[in-house]
Design a protein around this ligand. Structure first.
Ligand code: PLP
Length: 364
């Protein structure tokens, strides 16, 4: 599908020092938008960002028919700008659409729309260690009070300059404390934990607020079974260094197949590490941390990259420190490799990087 463009020239972008950008607050001047009506996507366009006018009965307001994605464009040292594995996001977007009874977006349209939008607002891409966060979203907008799938949808994409995800780590690297949620469950077998349904995030907001109140940056969720296996965090996957091996919970339908997780497992194998997918029972994980067998724990995701976890807090107030130093040596090595590829500083041996803006184009 042809993408129409109405690009309005802008004054110089605001200061893009990654240390001063609050994550998620600044939206670039243009967005991509198209509508699904009468069984087809129509009117693909890039235009100045504007408010939507929706009927109060739009299905998304009542039954949460909404999905999204998150990926990033990175400014390389030569001024070029590149996306990291966008085709994985296109595929996952359609997996989410299937689960939420929404229409697929042709993968090529998804990729073209992301690329054209990044090109249009590329001047808003902060230099290293910043990035341009890309947020594709789909909502069901048919006005109808009735539990059914919408017949009309909007697919839109926003871009936002991003610095560090965690305000307490302005340089992007470091370690945080994480609250283990023993009472709130995020996903259950047969549910939607493996896709990016907006409602998955709404159900975590209460416990995220509680986590912040006790100095934790994220929440680790356990599964819904009585054994309480470790799953993932509200917006990140989790990895452990256990007896020198890299261990992460398996993709069993209740956790997200993270692009970062997949990339780290590949890089770890390249580095000669043994990689194992294993779901720790909560008590076993605690015992291994206390005994020093687990030496490092890390959170990973597009927004957070790779962040060390220096300690866990429990709902009863206890704090369990992890290892001697966070981020530990394996965490730091994986962080350097991953960021190196994303910023064009390390050879891209797996063809993960898609150049969008040629060298020399970006303002540094
Ligand atoms: C629940 C959840 N888990 C894991 C991730 C990490 O996925 P990715 O590496 O694709 O960003 C995310 C981020 O999108 C997420 O929301």
């Amino acid at each position: 599908m042809q993408i129409q463009k109405r690009i309005v020239p802008q004054a110089a972008p605001p200061s893009l020092d990654p240390k001063n950008i609050a994550f998620g607050k600044i939206v670039t001047p243009h967005f991509f938008c198209c509508e699904y009506r009468d069984g087809a996507w129509r009117d693909a366009r890039i235009e100045p960002v504007h408010n939507f006018s929706l009927h109060p009965a739009a299905l998304v307001f009542h039954y949460a028919q909404a999905i999204f994605e998150g990926l990033k464009a990175y400014q390389h040292d030569d001024g070029g700008i590149a996306l990291f594995r966008p085709e994985m996001n296109a595929r996952r977007f359609n997996a989410s659409a299937s689960r939420m009874s929404m229409p697929h977006v042709d993968e090529q349209l998804f990729l073209d729309a992301v690329q054209e939008l990044v090109k249009a607002d590329h001047a808003y891409t902060p230099p290293f260690p910043g990035s341009l966060y890309v947020r594709p979203t789909m909502i069901g907008v048919e006005p109808c009070i009735g539990v059914k799938s919408s017949s009309e949808f909007i697919f839109f994409i926003l871009t936002l300059p991003a610095g560090s995800y965690f305000p307490e780590l302005p340089s992007g690297a470091g370690a945080v404390d994480v609250l283990i949620s023993e009472s709130v469950v995020r996903a259950a077998p047969g549910g939607t934990g493996h896709v990016k349904a907006a409602a998955n995030y709404a159900v975590t907001l209460q416990v995220i607020t509680q986590a912040k109140e006790v100095g934790c940056a994220q929440v680790l969720f356990l599964d819904s079974a009585p054994q309480r296996h470790v799953e993932e965090m509200g917006g990140m996957n989790i990895l452990f260094v256990d007896g020198g091996e890299l261990v992460t919970p398996p993709l069993g339908g209740t956790i997200l197949n993270g692009v970062t997780r997949d990339s780290i497992l590949t890089l770890a194998r390249d580095m000669g590490l043994t990689v194992r997918e294993h779901a720790y029972a909560f008590d076993d994980m605690m015992e291994r941390i206390r005994s020093g067998r687990i030496t490092e724990v890390m959170a990973c995701g597009t927004a957070a990259v790779i962040t060390g976890i220096r300690g866990f807090k429990l709902e009863n107030g206890a704090r369990i420190p992890v290892g001697d130093a966070a981020p530990g040596p394996v965490t730091s090595k994986l962080f350097e490799q991953l960021q190196g590829i994303q910023y064009g500083r390390v050879p891209d041996r797996h063809n993960w990087v898609t150049q969008v803006v040629p060298a020399g184009a970006a303002v540094r």
